[in-house]
Design a binder for this molecule. Structure first.
Ligand code: PMP
Length: 337
């Protein structure tokens, strides 16, 4: 038995019980481990969906150029699909992203333009603005626009949600996921809620992002916006793919707690996951007191630890940020809860 190409291996990712890091919580906690996708992240799913929907709509034509502002994982999915399908890729990203992520995109032949992080989205230097300009300038190009493209959430409505429903035999009670574009949480939640409207949906946000305040007050508060370290989640604007009606609440996790919990996942569970998995588990620990014995929680682990070797898996990086001295304390705090 074989697959016709690497894209056919996307999806059907494993659900794995967490046995140590969440032991202080009631209920069963399962991680949906998206690292087995060919690009090592959940974003492969929506990348292929966006491309195929664009092909079907006549927006992306043979020999065309795919353009996107991406923090790496979406770019990886798009780059792999572009290799298989014969497109050129140009990505804009920010100088906050791991060097490993950028090098990985280039490994697949994509062109990557690195833009400054600390400018407004409307600033002509921002990675949003540069990608929009390139789309206008380059003939036969198509911008994937993961933030507002409905194919993003649709991929998770059609694939990730049904997988989770089937794998838990419909017994899932809580969904926990980091929120960036919102595609993952909104698509999965839509599918699950159609099956069981009682399922709780908890979005994980970062300090420096607007989501939590917006959900709680309906106000887009610019004072919430400041630079942060955690990658992949939190935003300084409201993407169309975040369906606030499907998300019961947002929980913010600090950069330090997210980084240290990411390390704990490797050390205690043997799961080598990315920064947003640590953030999601930490958010669950912050919120989890309300869980009951028969609750079944699914936490999304979006990407792989290899992308963060220069960051939370690097002791110098941790030390420079004053995170390392807290590592033992975090372990103790976790065990005590
Ligand atoms: N974690 C990581 C590592 C990501 O790259 C992303 C995508 N930005 C997310 C979480 C959030 O997923 P989504 O964009 O579907 O909300």
């Amino acid at each position: 038995m074989w697959y016709e190409n690497i894209l056919e291996t996307i999806g059907n990712t494993p659900l794995v019980k967490l046995n140590k890091v969440t032991q202080q919580l009631k209920g069963t906690i399962l991680a949906k481990i998206e690292t087995t996708n060919p690009g090592n992240s959940i974003k492969d799913r929506m990348a292929v969906q966006m491309i195929e929907d664009a092909e079907n709509a006549g927006l992306l034509k043979p020999g065309g150029t795919i353009i996107e502002g991406t923090s790496g994982n979406t770019g990886m999915g798009l780059a792999i699909a572009a290799v298989v399908k014969g497109y050129r890729c140009i990505f804009t990203t920010t100088d906050k992203q791991s060097k490993e992520k950028i090098d990985a995109l280039r490994a697949f032949g994509a062109e990557v333009i690195v833009c400054p992080t600390n400018v407004e989205p409307e600033d002509p230097r921002s990675y949003y603005a540069v990608s929009s300009r390139l789309e206008k300038e380059i003939p036969n190009s198509w911008k994937a626009d993961q933030y507002d493209n409905p194919s993003n959430a649709k991929a998770h409505y059609e694939q990730t949600g049904p997988e989770i429903w089937k794998q838990t035999d419909g017994k899932i009670t809580h969904l926990v996921a980091g929120v960036g574009t919102g595609g993952t949480i909104s698509g999965v939640a839509k599918y699950l809620r159609e099956r069981n409207p009682a399922i709780k949906v908890w979005g994980i946000d970062t300090y420096g992002s607007v989501f939590k305040k917006y959900k709680e007050t309906g106000v887009f508060d610019k004072n919430e916006i400041y630079p942060y370290i955690t990658e992949g989640i939190g935003e300084d604007f409201l993407p169309a793919n975040v369906d606030f009606n499907l998300i019961d609440l947002f929980e913010k996790v600090s950069d330090k707690d997210a980084a240290l919990m990411t390390r704990e996942l490797a050390r205690r569970e043997g799961i080598f996951a990315g920064n947003s998995a640590g953030a999601a588990v930490m958010g669950l620990l912050q919120l989890g007191h309300s869980l009951q014995d028969d609750d079944l929680v699914v936490v999304i682990f979006h990407d792989h630890g290899s992308r963060y070797m220069g960051k939370m898996y690097n002791e110098d990086w941790l030390r420079e940020r004053g995170f390392l001295k807290d590592e033992k304390l975090t372990a103790k705090r976790l065990l005590k809860r």
